[in-house]
Ligand binder design. Sequence first.
Ligand code: AMP
Ligand code: MG
Length: 405
Amino acid sequence: MAVSITEALDIIDTNLTPLDAEIIPIEVSVNRVVAQDYIASFPLPRFNNSAMDGYAVKVSDASSKVSCSEVIYAGDNPQMKLEKGKAIKIMTGAPIPEGCEAIVPIENVTGENDLITLPSDIQHNGFIRMAGEDIMKGKAFLHKGDVINAYTIASLASQGITHVTVTRVIKVAIFGTGDELRPHFEKIEAHQLYNSNSPMFLARARSLGCDARFIRSSADTLEALQDAITSTLDADIIITSGGVSVGDKDFTKEAFTNLGMDVLIDKIDIKPGRPTIVGKLGKTVVVNLPGNPLASMVNYELFVRAVMRKMSGRTDSYHATVKTKMKEDFSVRGGKHAVVLGRFNGEHFEALKPQMPGMVSPMQEADGFILITPEVKTLAKDSLVNMLPISWELSANIREDLFSS
Ligand code: AMP
Ligand code: MG
């Protein structure tokens, strides 16, 4: 029985679990998902230090002339003590000396070298960076399920962490099904068709951080399909296209169930892409998408991406939407939960025309898509819609309403 889009996403969320973890150098960890909390083992800054090139002073010396004969540089370990009536020259990042109550920036003093006049307004602790004001010792500065970016690496490096525990990369295996298909690097006859889905699925899986490979497409027989499946069982996710509808040679589901797949989702109430199947074959998650390229693509964006996010262990594993407005009136047939692909220019969503399930060319134009409910017949110019982006990665840690009405 067909399930709704929301139910399908719920089934994926509740039935799949993150992969196991591995330890990798932080330098190569961008876009990976952290598999444990990281606690600061010391404060940052580690010691009170000067925020400016300036002078370490006493607050009570404001407006006075003070003498200065010493300098502290970043990297020094000063042992001296600051006395009233004196200043110690200090550079940005240098530890403040004992007795220092504030730093006065160089540009705020007058006079030169060993005799300077301090300004009238000196705030207690002014221009001092306090130990722990950035990260407190004992604080979790990175959480299980966070995605590492370049700036996360700064936090890790600042704690002297060389290696990070992350969910391992998802291994994806892809194959197409169909007697008519030939690989894009071979010669074909007029009645044959290039397999465009497999290279597309592969490229998308890689752009989403997976380790993906595809094998030759399978002929439309149970034996050929079962052979293809058997050769991909080491994958974490198997993605196929074609052979899931009601055609005489649509054996994909039967081949997978013969080999022991438990079906989690059998058809989704979505147009295009209703025959989509999601299952589990041992630990391997299987997604059988329809053969029609655009139908397979929208279901990949909706469901395969959800599978990958969930298996990656990221906390923000749910689809997120951008609130935008229709650029022009757009009519739909209505009566179905449907997907509309479109361009997004930062302000408006422009539905792509034409867009049919079997087409290839509209896909590369799409920045995102909207989901509409059966009641919707027209989307008027300027009406608000919720777009799920394709051109960039956006996800949420709570379920959002994905539909536009
Ligand atoms: P199917 O879902 O097997 O009935 O296929 C539906 C339509 O998609 C047919 O026109 C197929 O020729 C086409 N198709 C199936 N697989 C692919 C593929 N890998 N690349 C491009 N088109 C495909
Ligand atoms: Mg087919």
